[in-house]
Ligand binder design. Structure first.
Ligand code: IYR
Length: 286
């Protein structure tokens, strides 16, 4: 059952019992310490698009720097263990089917699927909830060509020596080289930018905390969402990436984090015959 801000069936009884046992004084103290939200609680999707006529009015994001702690109840429905096990096993299988694709079909993708995947990525946890990311969805073939040319220019310098022997040896099993046809073959590129700091309209700057970690988590969620929605992707990090901010005319506080071509695999797509580490090799239980 979908839980929204107006349905909290599982805990209703407990909440009533709680409030019966709490004295009026305690309630007053509590409401002083934790003032009621100024707005109605948002539905899970309220910050994106209104999904139906019954969806509450979206509450737009604005900076919360310095605001007091304002808690709201969180009572997600608990999933039965058997159902959890089934979902986890299925998800594990589906995620194990994901492959990094470097040969794309030029077939178009449903754009809303990509936007929804970006919206999923933007639900990622972030340092101090600062959400230090911008996703540029590049469909324009001319802009993709310019990005490809600039990336290939950098990659040629890298593969011709900048990477060094050890790095080139690590890459050899992947079969990569300086040719980046995926940037123009794939129908869309998502260029992820990390906002190194918050930049107000009046030029105020505020530090962003754990930016690398936050954007890394968001990119992981983006790749997951794209894959589970049936699209193929590649996480590409041309180095250096400064040209991306220039080509896409991004503000000074944003630095490129990754380029993610998105589409369907080419009919003759091949991938390297890689083996993933087993669970036993990656998990220590203490
Ligand atoms: N950025 C180069 C090289 C490269 C680096 C790593 I680490 C990879 O996992 C794959 C490639 C390129 O994209 O070709």
């Amino acid at each position: 059952m979908l839980i929204t801000w107006f349905t909290r069936p599982r805990t209703r009884g407990r909440r009533r019992a709680d409030s019966r046992s709490r004295s009026a004084d305690t309630d007053r103290d509590r409401s002083r310490a934790c003032p009621k939200p100024r707005f109605p609680r948002a539905s899970p999707t309220a910050h994106t698009a209104a999904m139906s006529d019954t969806t509450p009015t979206p509450r737009p994001w604005s900076p919360t720097h310095g605001d007091p702690y304002r808690p709201v109840p969180h009572r997600p429905e608990r999933i039965a263990p058997e159902e959890s096990l089934a979902r986890a096993a299925r998800l594990r299988e589906r995620m194990d089917e994901r492959r990094t694709v470097r040969a794309f079909s030029p077939d178009p993708v449903p754009e809303q699927v990509v936007r929804d995947a970006i919206a999923c990525a933007a639900t990622a946890p972030s340092g101090a909830h600062q959400q230090p990311w911008t996703f540029a969805l590049v469909k324009d073939p001319g802009v993709r060509r310019r990005i490809r040319e600039a990336a290939e220019h950098e990659e040629k310098v890298s593969y011709d020596g900048r990477l060094g022997e050890e790095w080139l040896a690590a890459l050899r099993p992947l079969g990569t080289d300086a040719v980046k046809a995926h940037m123009t073959d794939a129908p869309a590129l998502i260029v992820v930018f990390q906002q190194r700091y918050w930049l107000g309209e009046d030029g105020t700057k505020r530090k962003h905390y754990y930016g690398d970690e936050s954007v890394g988590i968001a990119v992981g969620m983006l790749l997951t969402a794209l894959h589970l929605s049936g699209l193929a992707a590649l996480i590409h990090t041309p180095s250096p990436m400064r040209f991306l901010g220039e080509v896409l005319d991004r503000p000074e506080n944003e630095k490129a984090f990754a380029v993610i071509p998105v589409g369907y695999p080419a009919d003759d797509c091949e991938v390297p015959d890689l083996v993933r580490k087993s669970l036993e090799q990656v998990l220590v239980e203490i």
